[in-house]
Design a protein around this ligand. Structure first.
Ligand code: GLY
Ligand code: MN
Ligand code: MN
Length: 436
């Protein structure tokens, strides 16, 4: 992403913070997996959004209106020995020259320098509660100033959570953010298609998952979240990630998998028959979920509120379940009683961006938020009927279906970023038969 974009974001945030305030944004902490082994490092989304700086052990400080430097980056010093073991570090020079900091100091000096920056300022923007160890540091710096108050030091008067301003900014995607999300979608679409092509009875779920890992890594990307690859009854487990069962002839396979590009996620689910042909019960339920998804996508319109796509999906699903004899009663009443929740227990979507379940309020002043251009959300209705479901005919058992696409809100209507991936029954069957 262009460095100018990060600078624009910092300026916008600083304008909103106003003079006399300080924002403190820590980088993600590297996480230990087991002795001497770390998880692959993923930068904190807020920190990444404002800095583009990819290293751990860093803290960004924004001081709007400060003469010497408005953007200060604390980070690791260059260290040839450590860099030989663990790779390149930008150091203070790189922080300024490459990452646009006005000034940079070694992270090891932060306890000596940061309290001086906080002293005398009116307001500190910092999000408490996400990094308990860092919270203690921030409190320690403030207390350090307080303990010097008799020598005239003035601690900050007000603490404000940074997330209100920052997460509202993150909710509206710029052109380059949408472009990263389109790239992530494209890579994911190819991997989903490949999974449909290779899938066959007798394969293991993890063999299909491997198609995603291969597809993502070959394009230099990572999964945005752990892939869900669940055949048959496993498709009814919403967060199934074991992916270690054999795929059975006659079952459906539900795959929820998406790549992450430059820290921007895609989030796609498709459900298809392991043997390439939907049974008639599978087809009926699949077409019902698909109809609900289309109805929900149609509600992704500027001016509609957040819950409208969900209400549309619930309506279609409830009516359809009654028609198929899975729910009994009058649809209006069943919706009121939330009877659909037995088979459709999650919501129809979430914001999507740097985090797969992205930031941004869903309600403002107690009312559902109105959709505006630049917001991106998923639309992902589903129906799940585990075996043993009382009062439900056996032919529906062990069917779990979800269909999920990523949608950008625009003035011209919903822009489905994941549109290139088949979802009609005959399209899926043709692709699996090698005809597409
Ligand atoms: N993949 C996570 C979700 O769909 O919410
Ligand atoms: Mn999702
Ligand atoms: Mn998903």
């Amino acid at each position: 992403m262009n460095p100018k974009e990060f600078s624009k974001r910092r300026k916008q945030l600083m304008r909103m913070m106003g003079a006399g305030s300080v924002a403190i944004i820590p980088a993600a902490v590297a996480q230990s997996r087991n002795r001497d082994v770390e998880y692959p490092y993923r930068q904190d989304s807020d920190f990444q959004y404002l800095t583009g700086f990819p290293e751990p052990e860093a803290v960004a400080v924004l001081l709007p209106g400060r003469k010497q430097a408005e953007y200060v980056l604390f980070c690791r010093e260059r260290d040839p020995e450590m860099e030989m073991w663990n790779g390149f570090r930008a150091g203070q020079d790189g922080a300024c020259k490459v990452f646009g900091a006005d000034d940079s100091f070694p992270i090891s000096d932060i306890d000596d320098i940061l309290p001086g920056m906080l002293e005398g300022c009116d307001r500190v923007f910092y999000t408490m509660g996400c990094m308990p160890e860092f919270d203690q540091k921030v409190l320690g710096w403030v207390n350090q100033i307080r303990s010097n108050s008799r020598s005239g030091s003035r601690p900050p008067g007000e603490f404000v959570s940074l997330e209100h301003l920052l997460h509202d900014m993150r909710l509206f995607k710029s052109r380059s953010e949408v472009s990263a999300m389109r790239k992530a979608a494209k890579i994911s679409i190819e991997a989903h298609k490949q999974a449909m092509r290779v899938c066959a009875p007798g394969m293991m779920e993890y063999e299909v998952e491997a198609e995603f890992l291969h597809g993502f890594r070959k394009k230099g990307t990572e999964p945005a979240y752990t892939s869900i690859v669940g055949g048959g009854s496993n498709a009814c487990i919403l967060h199934y990630v074991s992916n270690n069962a054999e795929l059975q002839d006659g079952d459906l396979l539900l795959i929820d998998a998406g790549a992450e590009v430059e820290c921007y996620a895609s989030d796609i689910t498709r459900t298809f028959p392991v043997n390439g042909k939907f049974s008639s019960a599978q087809r009926d339920l699949y077409n019902l979920v698909l109809a609900a998804q289309k109805a929900a996508i149609n509600k992704v319109e500027v001016g509609n509120h957040w819950n409208e796509p969900h209400l549309a999906a619930v309506k279609v699903i409830t009516k359809g379940l009654v028609k198929l004899g899975i729910l009994k009663g009058q649809p209006g009443k069943l919706i009121k009683e939330e009877a659909y929740k037995r088979f459709y227990m999650h919501r129809t979507g979430h914001w999507l961006g740097m985090d797969v379940h992205d930031v941004g309020d869903y309600k403002l002043d107690g009312e559902w938020r109105v959709l505006e251009p630049g917001m991106v959300l998923t639309v992902e209705p589903g129906i799940y009927i585990p075996s043993g479901s009382k009062g439900v005919a056996k032919k529906w058992w062990d069917i779990g279906i979800r269909i999920e696409d990523d949608v950008l809100v625009t003035r011209k209507g919903p822009d489905v970023l994941t549109d290139g991936l088949v979802k009609e029954v005959d399209e899926i069957e043709s692709l699996m038969a090698g005809e597409a």
